[in-house]
Design a protein around this ligand. Structure first.
Ligand code: PMP
Length: 436
């Protein structure tokens, strides 16, 4: 809590005078618990009073190797000596594209961007340009970025409990998004094959893209039911729809080739971001050659002043190279599993109904009797206790997200000792949350 960290508190007061709510992304604001961080190292972040936190927020997911990772930083420092922005083809961007193509089975070609939102937005434009159609289908509770086409029925709609079961509706999660945009959007229920089949029979020929988080990581980390992603693949083939995997969270995290590799289902286009740069702002669209080549003069525009700049491509080059040399994923799975098992054991011992979803490198925790299958089920879990628990955790020096729907992440710098310490603190935090 900020009041227990006087220097951080004073700094946050200063920030709020010049930055609305003192944050540069609305998702970071957490009232008196808003994190104010001076520095990070490995699996730890430190506030302005020197208080340390074991970090499972990891910058909302990107920091896959650890904060201030020497292998990544050294490459960036060496690269920037020769200039950072040329708006011209340079060495590191080609190396990054080559790494992605090598690691991700469905990718023939790559274009680089700077954020997850950039990548999904461009992927949607590309799908529309390629198919000549306008409609896009997304899932309830999925988040694909901060722009008008996708700010509908996102995790922020949770407390509004919008629509009825089986009748998903577009709920706009930001003022300023024109209502007209909803006419370009269809909303589906996660894992609901019947509903999707019905919708596609009616509108399939007008749909440009189905965009999907292969694990519903922004809504509890819900897994696809076995065969669900393949079902989407087949439906897209039937109707000539472009299947977009939003791998912003899963890419280079759940496996070297992300969800495409893990689930063995090939998307037409994939959006990558977070883990590919270990926290540096880089993203990518990758996909089939014929679709990617629609980014052609006179056809689909993809542009950016900073896309493929030296700073971020040097970082991604080092991050992706390191992943191919070291057993990063073995380690993530090991410490992540230790954490999942430990949380499960503590909650079971305290007789708290709970479910842990996702995979060791990225998992969600919901407090509920029945196992949530879709976002609406997540809405019905014990959110009050979950939210209180997250507050007690951050007070105890465990950094997660303020939103219980968001996943926990582990990084290569977490050790088994860090996990054991986390579990001790978790149990204390849980006791406190239960008393509130
Ligand atoms: N897609 C997914 C699945 C995400 O989780 C996010 C951000 N959390 C985005 C897209 C948008 O990425 P960014 O915040 O980098 O724009």
């Amino acid at each position: 809590m900020l009041k227990d960290s006087p220097k951080s508190h004073a700094f946050f007061e200063r920030a709020q005078k010049v930055i609305p709510f003192g944050v540069n992304s609305s998702h970071r604001y957490w009232g008196e618990n808003t994190p104010v961080i001076q520095r990070g190292e490995g699996a730890y972040v430190y506030d302005f009073d020197g208080k340390s936190y074991i970090d499972y927020r990891l910058g909302f997911g990107p920091v896959i190797l650890g904060h201030a990772h020497p292998f990544v930083n050294q490459r960036v420092i060496a690269a920037i000596q020769n200039g950072v922005s040329f708006s011209a083809t340079q060495e590191y961007e080609v190396r990054v594209a080559e790494h992605i193509i090598k690691m991700c089975p469905s990718v023939d070609m790559v274009r680089l961007d700077n954020s997850g939102s950039d990548a999904t937005r461009h992927a949607i434009r590309l799908a529309r340009g390629y198919t000549g159609r306008d409609l896009v289908l997304k899932f309830e509770g999925a988040y694909h970025g901060d722009y008008d086409y996708m700010l509908w029925t996102t995790p922020d709609s949770l407390k509004s409990r919008v629509g009825k079961r089986g009748e998903p509706i577009g709920h706009k999660t930001s003022q300023g998004v024109p209502d007209l945009v909803s006419q370009l959007l269809l909303i589906a229920v996660w894992n609901d094959r019947e509903g999707i089949e019905k919708l596609l029979k009616e509108k399939g020929d007008s749909i440009a893209a189905i965009i999907v988080e292969p694990i519903l990581a922004n809504a509890g980390g819900l897994m696809p039911e076995p065969g669900f992603l393949q079902f989407l693949r087949n439906q897209c083939d039937i109707y000539g729809i472009v299947l977009i995997f939003d791998e912003v969270k899963t890419g280079f995290r759940i496996a070297p080739g992300g969800a495409g590799e893990y689930f063995g289902v090939q998307a037409d286009l994939s959006a990558y971001a977070k883990a590919m740069g270990n926290g540096y702002p880089i993203s990518a669209i990758g996909g089939k050659r014929d679709i990617m080549m629609t980014i052609a003069p006179g056809k689909v525009v993809h542009a950016g002043t900073y896309t493929g700049n030296v700073v971020v491509t040097a970082a991604a080059d080092a991050t992706l190279e390191y992943m191919q040399q070291q057993d990063v994923f073995g380690h993530l799975n090991h410490v992540g599993q230790q954490l999942m098992d430990g949380l499960d054991e503590i909650l079971t011992r305290h007789q708290i109904n709970h479910h842990i979803h996702g995979l060791p490198s990225l998992f969600g925790l919901t407090l509920s009797e029945s196992n949530p299958k879709d976002w609406r089920d997540v809405v019905d879990t014990n959110l009050e206790l979950s939210e209180q628990l997250l507050i007690e955790l951050v007070n105890a020096g465990i950094m997660t997200d303020s939103d219980p729907q968001q996943t926990w992440y582990v990084c290569e710098s977490h050790t088994s000792e860090d996990i054991a310490e986390t579990l001790n603190r978790f149990e204390t935090a849980l006791r406190k949350a239960l008393q509130k």
